[in-house]
Design a protein around this ligand. Structure first.
Ligand code: K7E
Ligand code: CUA
Ligand code: CA
Length: 641
């Protein structure tokens, strides 16, 4: 929305919208509540609509807010890094325009870039290449001293139990690990201080350890584990065997503690069991204690895996503390002042505010488990995730109520202590059923309270119909003033769970590749074996029935307009883009061979396939590069066997 919108029409919309919205919102809240068995139990606890409803603020903002309009040619003031759920990729957005800048394939396959097909991507994927799908929920940037440092992004795969890393200079995935012993990685966060450091990954589902066919019918022997990965080497350093299961995770700003929510303290395997208890817990991990145990050999291993697993089950171990919190908590969020960790109630209308400064005393057994709770504000139905503005306010998504509630942390604490103060600042309708939300820089010590992105799971009637599968709705809210103002609807494809926002100065993407980049070290090795200089030589080198084809590309031509192989050869084509001009990407596609890959400026890309059919096969440049881009082509001649 911008100042260019027709004022008359918008004014009319503004008068009509509130009542229409109200109707749609109630309808969805009803169906969602019905769908979520067990929600009925909490439905009566808190009435909706008892607090400030911001329809007027919403209507005002829907009539146009110039501040989100990023004019053509102008740059956004924030980067947004989006997860994409079952699509398995990372998406990069400009905020506040909500323009999508690029996509980074990770757990998915990508037709445009050749991810999952090029030798370079297969080297990153390794054995993980056997899975062609992923479920990427959580994405977090590396930190130094509690601030984003622009080195890496880390992300989880719930579907195939993986953790991956993206290099932020080239915005490509460079590491991926499968996590043994865990079953479905859900929560993922990275150490905030002094420097990342560990990547923490939650195993969500419970399974036998090792999961090799034993104890299939004995769920009392199903477990989950918490994993610590070295963010630099991406080696799995250790795991912690826990009670219950693990949902979302986070860590404090001191670097000592990690913390995870557990919705299945019951260790149930069917829905009703998982909701049996009124309280589950958050489990706190003492990282140095775990490291000491690993050093001292105080651990076990399971099956084929040699990963040290320390036993963090039960009340009497030095590694964990299980703090009871109300029913089936979901998100866990760290306030930017470093003082609080907030567990979101999901099946309870509350959030539990934990004082992070009291955790050392808890591990020293100087205080009781619930003594670390500083507040438990009642916020509304279905609290899932919380974010912050750096001014002492928290913003929590209410899934069932389809709202974001803004509340003041200090006043929630005073209220918990017995003062008669009201901590709720505002409730804003969002559309609809929000999951994660994230404010600018909110997961760092530099939270600046400018923009809030709300990832709404349902869009219902907000967009032109797109068939039975609707888009998600990533909404943008202006939180710079006293009142939240909804300023933008952003339809997205399946299914962003989470996002982070950082300043452009916190990342420095390369404009073109560095010829020394390790990304194509394999091709460099082949070139050395074949006495080839990638930048200057064009040649077909044969090793028995294995053939390497070295090509260079300069718009609008490949260095060879044809190359010849024999039917049955295993062919590796290595293409080096010699163009040094920013934005001048080439591609390499072979018709009817299912081959396509990107070759960005100064990059080398390679692909290996079997030339199983004789004939003439044109290869061509698939990325528009030049007025004569259509002519940028050549022939692969395959001699019959
Ligand atoms: Cu969707 Cu973070 Cu997997 Cu909550 S999680 S919504
Ligand atoms: Cu090179 Cu198109
Ligand atoms: Ca439970």
């Amino acid at each position: 929305m911008s100042e260019h919108k027709d004022d008359g029409r918008m004014a009319e919309t503004a008068t009509i919208e509130p009542s229409v919205n109200e109707g749609r919102r109630r309808f969805l809240a009803g169906s969602a509540a019905l769908g979520a068995a067990g929600m009925a139990g909490v439905a009566g606890v808190t009435g909706t609509g008892t607090l400030v409803r911001s329809q007027s603020a919403q209507a005002a903002s829907e009539s146009g807010d110039a501040s989100i309009h990023v004019a053509p040619g102008q740059l956004d003031s924030y980067y947004g890094f989006w997860s994409s759920g079952q699509t398995g990729e990372v998406r990069v957005f400009g905020v506040p325009s909500m323009r999508e800048l690029t996509r980074i394939p990770v757990f998915n396959r990508c037709s445009a870039t050749g991810w999952g097909q090029t030798n370079e991507s297969l080297a990153v994927l390794g054995e993980n290449a056997k899975w062609q799908n992923g479920d990427l929920h959580h994405i977090h940037m590396s930190y130094t001293d509690g601030k984003y440092d622009g080195r890496y992004l880390y992300m989880n795969d719930k579907a195939n139990t993986r953790v991956a890393r993206v290099r932020l200079d080239i915005m490509r995935c460079d590491k991926m690990v499968h996590i043994p012993n865990a079953h479905g990685i859900h929560g993922l966060r990275v150490q905030k201080a002094p420097k990342t450091g560990y990547v923490f990954a939650n195993g969500e589902m419970i399974v036998p350890l090792p999961n090799d066919g034993r104890d299939l019918d004995d769920p009392s022997q199903y477990w989950s584990v918490f994993t610590g990965i070295d963010g630099e080497s991406m080696e799995i350093k250790w795991q912690v065997w826990v009670d219950g299961n693990l949902d979302n995770t986070n860590c404090d700003y001191s670097g000592r503690f990690a913390i995870s929510t557990c919705y299945n303290a019951e260790r149930g395997v069917v829905l009703a069991e998982k909701m049996r208890l009124e309280r589950d817990w958050v489990v706190v991990f003492d990282i140095p204690a775990i490291e000491r145990a690993v050093e001292n050999g105080d651990y076990v291993t399971f099956g084929d895996s040699d990963i040290p697993v320390v036993d963090g089950r039960g009340e009497d171990n030095p590694f964990t503390r299980y703090i009871p919190v109300p029913k089936n908590p979901h998100g866990i969020n760290a306030s930017p002042d470093g003082n609080y960790l907030i567990a979101n109630g999901k099946l309870s209308p509350t959030c539990t505010v934990i004082d992070a400064r009291k955790l050392p005393d808890l591990f020293d057994d100087k205080i009781e488990l619930r003594d670390v709770v500083a507040a438990e504000p009642e916020l509304g139905l279905g609290p899932l995730h919380t974010t912050f503005d750096g001014r002492g306010n928290a913003y929590t998504t209410l899934f069932i109520d389809s709202q974001v509630v803004k509340w003041n942390v200090a006043e929630a604490i005073r209220h918990y202590a017995g003062d008669d103060v009201s901590y709720i600042r505002q409730k804003l309708d969002v559309h609809y059923q929000p999951g994660h939300l994230n404010a600018s820089l909110a997961e760092t010590a530099e939270a600046d309270g400018r923009w809030l992105v709300v990832l709404s799971k349902f869009s219902k009637d907000r967009f032109l119909p797109s068939g039975p599968l609707h888009p998600e709705n990533d909404q943008l809210v202006d939180i710079s003033g006293d009142e939240m103002k909804l300023v933008h609807d952003g339809p997205t494809f399946a299914e962003p769970h989470d996002c982070i926002l950082c300043r452009p100065d916190q990342v420095s993407p390369a404009k073109i590749y560095d010829r020394d980049d390790p990304y194509w070290s394999q091709a460099r090795q082949w070139a050395e074996e074949d006495d080839i200089t990638l930048e200057t030589d064009s040649k077909v080198v044969r090793h028995g029935n294995r053939v390497r084809v070295y090509l260079t590309a300069v718009a609008p031509q490949y260095s060879m307009s044809e190359f010849r192989v024999r039917q049955g050869d295993e062919v590796t084509v290595i293409v080096t883009n010699l163009d040094k001009i920013e934005d001048l990407s080439h591609g390499f596609s072979i018709i009817n061979y299912g081959i396509n890959m990107e070759v960005n400026p100064q990059q080398t890309s390679s692909v290996t396939f079997t030339a199983d059919r004789a004939g003439v096969y044109w290869y061509y440049c698939s990325w528009f590069c030049h007025a004569l881009h259509m002519e940028m082509a050549g022939r692969m001649l395959v001699d019959p066997a």
